[in-house]
Design a protein around this ligand. Structure first.
Ligand code: ADP
Length: 276
């Protein structure tokens, strides 16, 4: 099909349009390479937990284990199964996010309610990551969530929640215990911005342009350890772009990072507007 497409283009453009043609070939080849990369990445991401899982099944079948050992293998197996479930869920989310937002999909999403959910998830994640899942000592990070202004965002609630949650959970996952994570909403004449700032490891400038690509990771092992699928930032970027905005990242190694979702001001209403 690629050859046929190219010859059709050649015919259509004729001579004197060499530049257009070569740009077209590059675009087709690039899209093709990206698709191949994507499939290779997905296969790799799925193969790793599957290999671990089948290794454990074999051990359970062939070696006599006491109850405690058996339980610990079963626990490790369920962690791998959950990892595949998150990956498949993120892949589905991403494929649904392609394209622009259809008209009519503009729910009124009150920020205070949205942020209450994000904060509660961040607290749980922070305590789970301390290795004390569900313990009453609470989060191991200082979570500073400025009280959300009485604003309503026009957009798809579930998508906005997933973009914001991905940024906040990354801040929790990459910031060592004792670190600080701060969220903020602000406005200017043109935009409304959500930002999350952490005191994590920071990201070197050479990684920044590629960070929101699917499966691009600076530190593969940290991402795995904390349950990352490698798709969180790709999802956040797609969501904000579908809402007419953009993802911005500022970071300094050894100091921390700020991730921002910048929406056009037209997406904003104040809660009191509702009553008029
Ligand atoms: P992952 O599941 O690997 O976290 P993401 O798409 O959410 O996937 O993030 C891509 C990569 O960006 C991560 O693997 C990590 O290297 C880097 N990253 C994301 N957020 C942060 C952060 N707050 N601090 C440092 N590095 C981060």
């Amino acid at each position: 099909t690629q050859n046929i497409k190219l010859s059709v283009h050649l015919h259509a453009y004729g001579e004197g349009h060499q530049m257009l043609l070569s740009r077209d070939i590059t675009a087709v080849a690039l899209a093709d390479a990206m698709r191949r990369d994507f499939v290779a990445n997905v296969s790799h991401e799925i193969r790793t937990p599957l290999t671990v899982l089948s290794g454990f099944v074999e051990t359970l079948q062939s070696i006599p284990l006491d109850e405690e050992e058996r339980q610990s293998y079963l626990h490790l197996m369920s962690v791998q199964a959950e990892r595949m479930q998150s990956l498949v869920a993120d892949l589905l989310t991403l494929s649904q996010l392609e394209g622009s937002l259809p008209p009519g999909k503009h729910e009124r999403t009150p920020l205070p309610e949205l942020m209450a959910q994000v904060l509660s998830d961040a607290r749980s994640l922070s305590s789970v990551l301390s290795g004390q899942g569900g313990d009453e000592r609470g989060p191991v990070h200082e979570l500073v969530f400025e009280s959300s202004p009485p604003w309503v965002l026009l957009g798809v609630r579930s998508e906005l929640l997933s973009a914001i949650s991905n940024l906040v959970s990354n801040a929790v996952r990459y910031t060592p215990a004792g670190g600080r994570i701060q969220t903020k909403w602000s406005t200017s004449t043109d935009c409304v911005t959500f930002s999350v700032t952490d005191t994590g490891p920071g990201i070197a400038p050479e990684h920044l342009p590629r960070l929101s690509e699917r499966f691009y990771r600076v530190d593969r092992s940290r991402s795995r350890e904390t349950g990352g699928t490698g798709l969180g930032l790709a999802i956040a970027k797609h969501v904000v772009q579908r809402h007419g905005g953009e993802l911005r990242i500022e970071s300094q190694v050894g100091v921390g990072s700020t991730f921002m979702l910048v929406f056009p001001a037209s997406r904003l209403e104040t809660l009191s507007d509702q009553t008029h």
